[in-house]
Design a binder for this molecule. Structure first.
Ligand code: ZN
Ligand code: ZN
Length: 241
């Protein structure tokens, strides 16, 4: 686990043949009110809980888990994490909260072929990931997370309910799977995805002053150039629109 600043910590995903999403811990530890962003792949909860303990943080201080979206590589170990952190609420965008609560798993797998493969490979039963969603985000909210302020941005395109979290003070963007390092962007061919929406979401993010990019996968970037996200959108424009 890497400390990005006083109120952001990074837990690197442990990819298998399916990726395991990175997780982030937001909030000042002395507030006793911490937030975990994203869970990860099935079986990938224990090392994340250990990483949190390793920094001297009592995992019971994690009051909520905010999901950037509900693809399997992010939500797969959510049931394990909820078991380990029974007091933590789950928050996510309404567009994916409603289907998840009602047992519609289209967003989780993204495509039927992948659903069949994962069910067979991992022995996943129907409804294994449904969870009560304590707060359904819309985008536009400003959240006080353990003494740090985060703006919720609804950034559909990679998935219908993708969100990003932006901290203006630290110029930090927790980007989910919308934009990555090295001019990469999230897939836009899965259930609920849209290239045109992803382009608009990238343009929205390009208006932010971002120095630290914390994506859902691959390397994190500290010292992002000022036109990086705009340049990324431009490079992909012909494919997205
Ligand atoms: Zn995703
Ligand atoms: Zn992902």
């Amino acid at each position: 686990m890497k400390q990005i600043n006083d109120f952001v910590r990074f837990i690197q995903g442990q990819d298998e043949f399916i990726p395991d999403a990175h997780a982030y811990v937001l909030g000042h530890p002395d507030s006793g009110d911490l937030t975990l962003v994203d869970a990860g792949l099935m079986g990938k909860a224990d090392y994340k809980i250990q990483a949190i303990r390793g920094l001297g943080i009592d995992p019971s201080m994690i009051r909520r888990i905010i999901m950037t979206h509900t693809h399997l590589d992010h939500v797969g170990c959510l049931p394990e994490i909820r078991q380990a952190l029974p007091g933590a609420q789950v928050w996510m965008h309404r567009a994916e909260a409603d289907p998840l609560e009602s047992g519609d798993e289209s967003h989780l797998y993204g495509m039927d072929m992948f659903r069949q493969m994962c069910r067979a490979q991992y022995g996943i039963t129907e409804g294994a990931f449904s969870a009560p969603i304590a707060r359904k985000l819309e985008g536009g909210e400003t959240l006080d997370l353990g003494g740090s302020s985060w703006e919720v941005l609804h950034v559909p395109g990679h998935s219908a309910g993708s969100i990003a979290l932006y901290n203006k003070e630290g110029r930090i963007l927790v980007a989910g799977d919308t934009v990555y390092a090295d001019y990469a962007i999230g897939r836009f061919d899965l259930h609920g995805a849209s290239g045109a929406e992803l382009y608009d979401s990238l343009m929205l993010l390009s208006s932010l002053d971002v120095e630290i990019l914390l994506p859902g996968h691959n390397r994190i970037v500290e010292g992002l150039g000022p036109r990086y996200i705009l340049e990324t959108a431009r490079q992909w424009e012909a494919y997205l629109k």
